[in-house]
Unconditional design. Sequence first.
Length: 86
Amino acid sequence: MKKTFRKAMDLLLSLGGTLLALYVGGYWLLIRPLQNLYAGYMEHAITWNLLLNSFIRIFVSATVFGSIWCIFDILAGFFRDDEEEN
């Protein structure tokens, strides 16, 4: 039971971290700013504030994605089985 629980927690944290990283880093910080830039371009309403905000979000998106994924992978590592325990 304990081994099954540890594997389930490992899988849950790994999958949850990946999905959260995709949502925050991929959608909120990469896709949404690109959509806003495209909408501003199509409406001829691009401002310096929109450009600066979008470029900062796009630049930071990979760092945020990697950070979230690493944090959840470290947390999942606490539940992974060690080779010596078998």
